[in-house]
Write a protein that binds this ligand. Structure first.
Ligand SMILES: Cc1ncc(COP(=O)(O)O)c(C=O)c1O
Length: 339
């Protein structure tokens, strides 16, 4: 039975797949796994007199985004459940705003798994070409229905076609658990004993925000956790989904719904919003100031981190993440605003 998006999550613990056993059974995973993670943590410009800001640069992952981690973890858990049966019998279904589809398609092609994607109608043609190039199917959902419409369409497909296994990033516990085990663990190593005062990340599924938070709390029990979503549809907004352009990779769901992984943390998570144009201008400003390339969600995270850092003393550290280095489409838009 597929759980509705807003159903309560079940109680843990949620063990990760047995990765060494999966690598033995599917050796093609090994080179990908070796390149995954280990991304750098860079100091980025902060507010004068405020806290320092450190950003984890997830564009360094093999297919170019933070979603490479989640794609690998979701596929490994599906492979584990599939057991010894032939891979040709495995059919995976998932929805994505872009980066997860790109990463899943890469891994699916590597392993020879059938895949189907549900994506918004505004998905860049380059990604759609990648999906068809690998021989994968996709369904487009009208952008006016928002990301909630994309998820609902996928749930309807999964119910109607049970031979397709739904990966379900918004409820699959492997998503935050793998972030805790890798992104969070790497950050603890990189911090080398420094206790962060705040952790700021955009919310798509909320896997990055909540998975990393759970790990950072081990060293920083007073950690402020700040979720960032587009001003055009903030986290928990009672408004219906809309087709307004938003910064990439994150969104509120609309209709008063909350991402389950984020809702589980209740009031412990603060929320901030960034409008798309602010995020696009932030990409250009960050690049001019630091030479670093972050996509629009990374720029939104940086702007929110800067606002949080301005409220903190200069010896504090604010952590954030640059989920990718920005699509060519976002860079064209960002530069055209300066022309
Ligand atoms: C560019 C970008 N930023 C942020 C996120 C949010 O990640 P999460 O699903 O872990 O909340 C995503 C997820 O696809 C993304 O692609």
């Amino acid at each position: 039975m597929i759980q509705p998006l807003q159903a309560e999550l079940s109680a843990g613990p949620f063990p990760l797949p047995d990765f060494p056993a999966l690598h033995r059974a599917h050796p093609r995973l090994v080179p990908f796994a070796r390149q995954l993670g280990g991304t750098s943590l860079r100091e980025v410009p902060g507010p004068p007199g405020g806290a320092r800001i450190l950003a984890k640069c997830e564009g360094e992952n093999p297919v170019g985004s933070v979603k490479d981690r989640v794609a690998y973890a979701l596929i490994c858990s599906a492979l584990e459940r599939h057991g010894d049966r032939d891979l040709s019998e495995l059919r995976l279904l998932e929805y994505s705003g872009g980066n997860l589809a790109r990463a899943l398609a890469h891994l699916g092609a590597l392993l020879g798994i059938h895949m189907k994607f549900v994506v918004p109608s505004v998905t860049p043609p380059s990604l759609l070409d990648t999906l068809t190039g690998y021989g994968f199917e996709y369904a487009l959902v009208d952008k006016e229905l928002g990301f909630l419409g994309v998820i609902e369409e996928t749930l309807a497909l999964a119910a109607a076609q049970p031979e397709w296994t739904l990966l379900y990033q918004h409820r699959n516990e492997v998503n935050p658990a793998f972030h805790a085990a890798t992104t969070g663990a790497e950050l603890l190593d990189q911090l080398d004993g420094v206790r962060p005062a705040a952790w700021v990340a955009s919310i798509g599924s909320g896997g990055t925000l909540t998975g990393v938070r759970s790990r950072l709390l081990e060293v920083a029990p007073g950690l402020r956790t700040v979720g960032v979503t587009p001003a055009e549809l903030p986290y928990g907004s009672p408004l219906p989904p809309n087709g307004l352009p938003k910064y990439t990779g994150a969104t509120g769901l609309g209709n008063g719904l909350h991402q389950p992984f984020v809702r589980r943390h209740g009031d412990a998570i603060e929320h901030r919003t960034v409008a798309r144009d602010e995020a696009l201008d932030g990409m250009v400003e960050l690049h001019a100031l630091s030479g670093l390339r972050a996509g629009s969600s990374g720029a939104a995270n940086w702007l929110a981190a800067r606002a949080v850092a301005a409220e903190l003393p200069s010896d504090a550290v604010v952590l954030t993440v640059f989920p990718d280095a920005g699509s060519p489409e976002d860079w064209d838009l960002a530069r055209s605003r300066r022309a």
